[in-house]
Design a protein around this ligand. Structure first.
Ligand SMILES: C[S@@+](CC[C@H](N)C(=O)[O-])C[C@H]1O[C@@H](n2cnc3c(N)ncnc32)[C@H](O)[C@@H]1O
Length: 335
């Protein structure tokens, strides 16, 4: 696959690089704003699960950046710095991170809290949905501490089996809750965004970091909401109807007649997990993949092994590392 193939398959990935956004997800927030005018009057915002920083870039621009606006970005991963954005590296489900965020807004609440958090998906739908729900609840819990009355909360949501429970919890705190799907979010993904406007906690509600939202006991029977306890929220697709379809491949020369020119990513990952594999590959030290059609695994031992003869002197004696440890189709070491 050439380096342009992702540009062809994913038009938003390509446009993000061309427009200087760190991530294609920037378009999701922009399209949500087109529909809901999220940034009106917003000067203080929190971006939960922010790396690599596409949403923070949008927030920083829309809140006036260094000239008065204030954006706090939080993520498990380190993020390259952005002007006008303060960063906290931490887990939003941890009490210590939540406290740090709350402290930042002490005495001066935020107008907007967003969360594009996604756990590493396992492929087990129930587990993935549960993890996503926990992230959203952690974000909501933080929002209840830092949002001003009338403020807005936007969070990624998986439209899975128990989503109505989440809507019900959100409706307790916001006068309007709906579910939005921007054009730049693939149809094939169960991802959508809960757009919650008009922060209005129930009378007598006292934000508490341990109760009830960070309570990890999740009763499955309670999720089957029926009758008056079942909340059905409106579902809205947003983004101009003429916007690109994120599930389509587009020719490299787009319709507006502009000639295609490859654009490198705006902000390459600062310490990606595959960095070691790339270094080893450059040095010819990455183990070779053996496919089933190449014959039985044991043949690998008898295959010519040119890598050994190309060893850089400084790499002599170092262990060889497979691109995919744990996968039986990969050879883990050479003699
Ligand atoms: C889809 S990315 C966010 C992209 C971001 N909105 C942007 O525009 O660049 C999801 C992020 O969620 C973060 N994340 C997942 N679980 C988290 C947690 N418990 N605490 C903080 N960040 C978390 C991941 O590290 C990842 O960077």
């Amino acid at each position: 696959m050439g380096r342009t193939s992702k540009d062809k398959r994913d038009v938003y990935y390509r446009l993000a690089k061309e427009n200087g956004w760190r991530a294609r997800s920037a378009f999701k927030l922009l399209q949500l704003d087109e529909e809901f005018q999220l940034f009106q009057g917003v000067t203080r915002a929190v971006d939960l699960c922010a790396a690599p920083g596409g949403w923070s870039q949008v927030l920083s621009q829309k809140t006036g950046g260094q000239e008065g606006g204030q954006v706090l970005a939080v993520d498990l991963q380190a993020m390259a710095p952005l002007p006008g954005v303060t960063q906290i590296q931490g887990d939003i489900t941890q009490l210590s991170t939540a406290k740090e965020i709350i402290q930042h807004f002490q005495g001066c609440p935020a107008d907007l809290v967003v969360c594009d958090g996604a756990p590493d998906v396992t492929g087990l739908h129930d587990v993935d949905e549960y993890m996503q729900a926990q992230l959203l609840l952690a974000a909501l819990n933080i929002a209840t501490h830092v949002l001003k009355p009338g403020g807005c909360f936007v969070a990624k949501i998986f439209r899975g089996r128990d989503v109505t429970l989440l809507y019900s919890q959100l409706r307790i705190f916001f006068s309007s809750v709906l579910c939005a799907k921007p054009k730049s979010s693939r149809n094939s993904s169960i991802e959508a965004f809960a757009v919650c406007q008009g922060y209005d906690p129930p009378e007598g509600f006292k934000p508490d970091l341990s109760k009830p939202l960070l309570d990890h006991s999740y009763d499955p029977d309670f999720n089957q909401l029926d009758g008056p306890t079942r909340v059905i929220v409106p579902f809205v697709t947003c983004g101009d109807l003429s916007a690109y379809d994120s599930d389509c491949s587009y020719p490299l020369d787009l319709q507006d007649g502009s000639k295609y020119r490859y654009t490198p990513p705006t902000q390459p990952p600062i310490s990606p997990p595959y960095q070691e594999a790339c270094t080893l590959k450059k040095m010819g030290r990455l183990a070779k993949e053996v496919r089933p059609e190449d014959g039985p695994i044991s043949r690998a031992a008898t295959m010519p092994q040119p890598l050994d003869t190309q060893l850089a002197p400084e790499m002599e004696g170092l262990p060889l590392i497979s691109a995919s440890p744990g996968c039986p189709n990969y050879v883990h070491s050479f003699p």
